[in-house]
Design a protein around this ligand. Structure first.
Ligand SMILES: *[C@@H]1O[C@H](CO)[C@@H](O)[C@H](O)[C@H]1NC(C)=O
Ligand SMILES: *[C@@H]1O[C@H](CO)[C@@H](O)[C@H](O)[C@H]1NC(C)=O
Length: 316
């Protein structure tokens, strides 16, 4: 008798627990069709619910692609995420996971379906996000976005179109000042250079995030300064590796050098006048340390980098 009622009690507790947990999951989202529109997290801008699991699937016409441009972004860092899928929301289509308070750059799908999934934990919320989506014709590269402190000239993004970049006063452009939209294959178009970044005139070094960019010595392609000591860290998504390919390399042999950590061997020391071979990271980071002595100056170095996504890694 006692045992029997004990079972009943625990059965009841179990049932209550299940229904409570179920009650806390907040689902939302939907399927979106049409040339353009906006998606907002529930409650935007007053905060999204806890325990959210909301999936939006954007479906374009066959052969077209989808571009999303963030207009606002604030998610509790490292606890609440917006996952992007290049296709239906399936782990094999997983592209990246966004969190925190920085406005992410525009993202373009490679196919005619693109999905977003918001998942939040059970405490603390933030404003949420608002994103504009647009169907791209197969001949359009889409808007590549404006880097912080940058200025973009040009409003058309079709094959053959060029756009130019500059930076606001006090900042200089790292990377190529002009992008050209090119036809990559039958039904995709893409920019032939990664979007440049703007950095403070006197600054060197810093943390570079994102899938691609260029790192160059201070003042490149002009001569670097004496007594420079710059450290750059490139951080890619977990599971990605980074490749760094030198396009220019001129340094005073032995006295000015670039030290690279995070590949094989663990520390690589580069100097002199020859372009070094490409470098590939072991994990999702690389660190570059550029040091010059008090005399002799050269052009320095320039090296585009690119994150390489390991699509077989399970990130969940
Ligand atoms: C969709 O595009 C049209 C034409 O460019 C524009 O007038 C409209 O405001 C856009 N819709 C949204 C939701 O931004
Ligand atoms: C969110 O919902 C989807 C589909 O309903 C499910 O597959 C996924 O596991 C859920 N994610 C979380 C974190 O609960």
């Amino acid at each position: 008798m006692g045992i029997k009622s004990g079972f009943t009690f625990w059965n009841l507790v179990f049932l209550l627990t299940v229904s409570c947990v179920k009650g806390f999951i907040y689902t939302c989202g939907g399927t979106l069709k049409g040339l353009n529109g906006t998606i907002e997290s529930p409650g935007f801008p007053y905060g999204y619910p806890n325990g959210a699991n909301c999936t939006w699937v954007i479906i374009a016409e066959e052969r077209n692609r989808i571009q999303i441009v963030f207009q606002s972004f604030a998610l509790e860092e490292e606890y609440d995420y917006l996952s992007l899928y290049d296709g239906h929301p399936h782990p094999t289509n997983f592209r990246t996971r966004l969190t925190g308070f920085h406005l992410p750059p525009p993202v373009t799908s490679t196919k005619s379906v693109f999905s977003l999934r918001l998942t939040s934990d059970f405490a603390v919320s933030a404003h949420g996000f608002k994103v504009y989506y647009e169907e791209l014709q197969s001949s359009s590269c889409g808007n590549p976005g404006v880097p912080p402190k940058g200025v973009l000239y040009g409003t058309r993004f079709d094959v053959g179109d060029k756009i130019r970049y500059s930076c606001v006063t006090g900042y200089i452009l790292d990377g190529h000042p002009q992008l050209t939209c090119i036809a990559n294959s039958v039904n995709t178009a893409s920019w032939d250079f990664p979007v440049p970044i703007c950095r403070a005139e006197d600054a060197c070094g810093g943390t570079m995030r994102g899938s691609s960019g260029i790192i160059s010595s201070p003042s490149f392609p002009n001569e670097y300064h004496n007594n420079a000591d710059c450290t750059w860290t490139i951080v890619a998504e977990p599971g990605d590796t980074i490749s760094l390919i030198f396009t220019d390399f001129q340094m005073e042999e032995k006295y000015d050098y670039l030290e690279i950590e995070g590949s094989e061997p663990p520390t690589i020391w580069l100097s002199g006048m020859n372009i070094p071979p490409p470098i590939i990271s072991n994990k999702n980071w690389l660190r570059l340390h550029f040091v010059t002595d008090s005399n002799h100056r050269y052009r320095g170095f320039s090296a585009p980098y690119q994150g390489m996504f390991n699509e077989f890694l399970c990130l969940f």
